[in-house]
Design a protein around this ligand. Structure first.
Ligand SMILES: [Zn+2]
Length: 257
C-alpha cells in the first residue's frame, strides 16, 4: 500500500530501450541540485520531459508524490556511467530532505527492494565525483530510520569476503572514519569493499532502526491514550521508534470515528 500519489503521465525525452540484458543491481539516489537554487518537483519533471539536459531518471520524488518518467525495464541516463545506468534504477529526490521526503523515498526504495531482491542502495557519488545526493548520503544511513521495521527493506545479502578477512573489524574502522568515503573507501578496501560496506550498512541500520515490537493497533491505542504526544512531536517519536507515522495515524483516525 502506497502513501504517495504515483504520476505516470509524463515521460523523459532521453532514455534507452531495455537494459542490454542486465538486471537491476543498484538503486541510485540523486537529489535535484543545491536547495539554494530553488529546484522544484515540477521543474525537475519538466527538465526531463524537455530532454535539454540529455539526462533522465526513473523516478522524481518528494513528500507524498512520485513521478515515474522512465519504465523500470528501460535504461535511464542518470549515473554518468553506462554500466551503472544499465544495472540501476535512478531516483531524483527533493534536496531539502525533510522527514516526509525521506519517508516517501524510503517507501519507494522498499518497494523496489521487494521487486529486485539483493539490489544495493547507493548514492550518485559512489559512482562518479559529485556532490549528489547531498543530504541523502550515504543513502542506507540517511534512509535507515524510515526503512526501519519494514521487512522488504532488509539489507541485501552480504557478498562473501575472502577467507581470513576480518570484516567486522574493517566495518568498525570504516564507521570510525579510517577508510574515507566514496571512491577513496572503495580503493582502500579493494576486493573486500562489498562485504565490508554491507556490514557497515547493517551496523548503521541496526543503530538507527529499533525492531518493531507492537502492532499498528496497539500503537494507535497508545497514541489515543496520549502516550506518544501530539503533532510534530508525535510524528518524530513514532518515526524514531521505527513506526510508519501515516499508517499509525490512519488507524487512530479510524478508531476515533
Ligand atoms: Zn545525481
Amino acid at each position: 500500500m502506497s502513501n504517495y500519489q504515483l504520476d505516470t503521465s509524463r515521460h523523459a525525452a532521453c532514455w534507452t530501450k531495455g537494459r542490454g540484458g542486465h538486471g537491476v543491481q543498484y538503486i541510485v539516489i540523486h537529489h535535484w541540485d543545491d536547495p539554494k537554487k530553488h529546484p522544484t518537483f515540477e521543474g525537475t519533471v519538466s527538465w526531463f520531459v524537455s530532454g535539454k539536459g540529455r539526462t533522465s531518471a526513473h523516478y522524481v520524488v518528494e513528500a507524498g508524490r512520485v513521478a515515474r518518467m522512465v519504465a523500470e525495464s528501460d535504461t535511464a541516463w542518470h549515473a554518468g556511467n553506462w554500466n551503472y545506468n544499465q544495472r540501476s534504477i535512478g531516483i531524483e529526490c527533493n534536496p531539502r530532505a525533510s522527514e516526509a521526503d525521506k519517508q516517501t523515498v524510503a517507501q519507494l526504495v522498499s518497494e523496489l527492494l521487494a521487486r529486485y531482491p539483493g539490489a544495493k542502495l547507493i548514492g550518485h557519488k559512489d559512482i562518479v565525483a559529485t556532490g549528489c545526493p547531498g543530504a541523502y548520503y550515504p543513502p542506507a544511513k540517511a534512509l535507515a530510520p524510515y526503512l526501519g521495521g519494514n521487512p522488504t527493506s532488509a539489507p541485501a545479502p552480504a557478498p562473501t569476503a575472502p577467507a581470513g578477512v576480518d570484516v567486522e573489524r574493517l566495518a568498525r574502522e570504516v564507521i570510525d572514519g579510517k577508510h574515507g568515503n566514496g571512491e577513496a573507501r572503495k580503493k582502500a578496501l579493494g576486493a573486500n569493499y562489498g562485504a565490508v560496506q554491507a556490514r557497515v550498512n547493517e551496523i548503521l541500520a541496526g543503530n538507527k532502526a529499533p525492531a518493531k515490537k507492537k502492532t499498528t493497533d496497539q500503537v494507535a491505542r497508545e497514541v489515543i491514550q496520549g502516550q506518544w504526544g501530539n503533532g510534530a512531536d508525535r510524528k518524530k517519536r513514532l518515526t524514531q521508534a521505527g513506526y510508519n507515522y501515516n499508517t499509525i495515524q490512519r488507524r487512530v483516525n479510524q478508531l476515533l470515528k
